[in-house]
Ligand binder design. Structure first.
Ligand code: 2YJ
Length: 293
């Protein structure tokens, strides 16, 4: 999994900018996309759900602006949110003690939304695949019966294969590790294309879950590419040929993690639209919950 950099996420706080780009391709905002992907009603008020983003220093350490970007995404969805002022286990413990509903945190291998109410984890790989599959569906005007190429047989690509197949798309998978893609294809009962360039040149609808560059000269005119892969991997020719390239470094995946966490609470507790409480601060609200029905 590619590690994000501060440069990748420097303007994530500007949620309106991504909304504009996503709306151009799909006619939907990030919030609308994330709500539907999680099975929540689009108009649901999320202001009673509180989120704490906890910086994690293990491995290669904190990424400047990462926790702040997650905080901005939660606020953009209409949730109450703050960044923990202490990192790691202490920050996690304080967040849970403060009554936070959802704790966001990432190390170098996993990025999770922990739901303190249900004890469930919404994982970034699955939620990214979910969000980008819905974005591709919207940009393509539906996927049922249409050929879709998944590039990459890693965590995100494998989830996307399953999600897109369940949307009744005719899915094929390719990967520079051809054997890895072949095994996934056999296991999931989808198509396999050994040669990545051939796969790209024969598909109009692509979900790109790889960090590699896709040469524009291989792309079909009018292609629609939903591309969670970091870093951004398209050249100028790809930009000219594609009808739409949907990409962001963090927002869609993180927004879907948050709405999936909310949907876990709704499903397991029946909690719905409760007016926002006063903001919870870690120090003053230890042990206080009281927002469930
Ligand atoms: O808390 C921090 O600032 C850091 N520990 C964040 C680490 C972020 N993790 C990564 O970049 C992962 N390798 C992948 C994130 C997946 C985003 N699609």
């Amino acid at each position: 999994m590619t590690r994000l950099t501060s440069d990748d996420i420097e303007d994530v706080w500007d949620g309106a900018r991504l909304d504009t780009r996503l709306e151009a391709a799909t006619r939907r905002t990030v919030r609308e996309l994330a709500m539907e992907a999680a099975g929540l009603p689009g108009g649901m008020d999320l202001s009673s759900f509180s989120v704490v983003s906890v910086p994690i220093t293990s491995g290669l350490g904190e990424i400047g602006g990462f926790a702040q970007s997650l905080d901005a995404i939660a606020r953009h969805l209409g949730m109450r949110s703050h960044v923990s002022n202490v990192p790691d286990v202490s920050g996690f413990a304080a967040a849970v003690e403060s009554g936070a509903d959802i704790v966001l945190m990432a190390d170098d291998d996993r990025f999770v939304a922990y739901n303190t109410v249900t004890g469930t984890v919404a994982d970034n790989a699955r939620c990214t695949a979910l969000g980008y599959s819905y974005a591709l569906r919207d940009a393509a005007g539906g996927l049922a019966g249409k050929e879709v190429l998944v590039m990459g047989a890693g965590f995100v690509g494998s989830e996307a294969v399953r999600i897109l197949r369940d949307m009744h798309a005719m899915v094929s998978v390719t990967d520079i590790d051809a054997e890895k893609a072949r095994r996934l294809a056999v296991y999931e009962g989808v198509g396999w294309i050994e040669d990545v360039r051939e796969a790209v040149s024969t598909h109009r609808l692509i979900l790109n879950a790889t960090p590699g560059t896709i040469p524009g000269q291989d792309m079909i005119q009018g292609a629609i590419v939903s591309s969670p892969g970091v870093p951004y991997s398209f050249d100028d020719e790809a930009g000219r040929r594609a009808k739409a390239i949907i990409h962001d470094p963090l927002e869609i995946g993180a927004a879907v993690m948050l709405t999936v966490a909310v949907s876990d609470t709704v499903r397991m507790t029946g909690r719905v639209n409760i007016p926002a409480l006063a903001p919870i601060h870690a120090q003053e609200a230890a042990g206080h919950r009281g927002v469930e029905v």
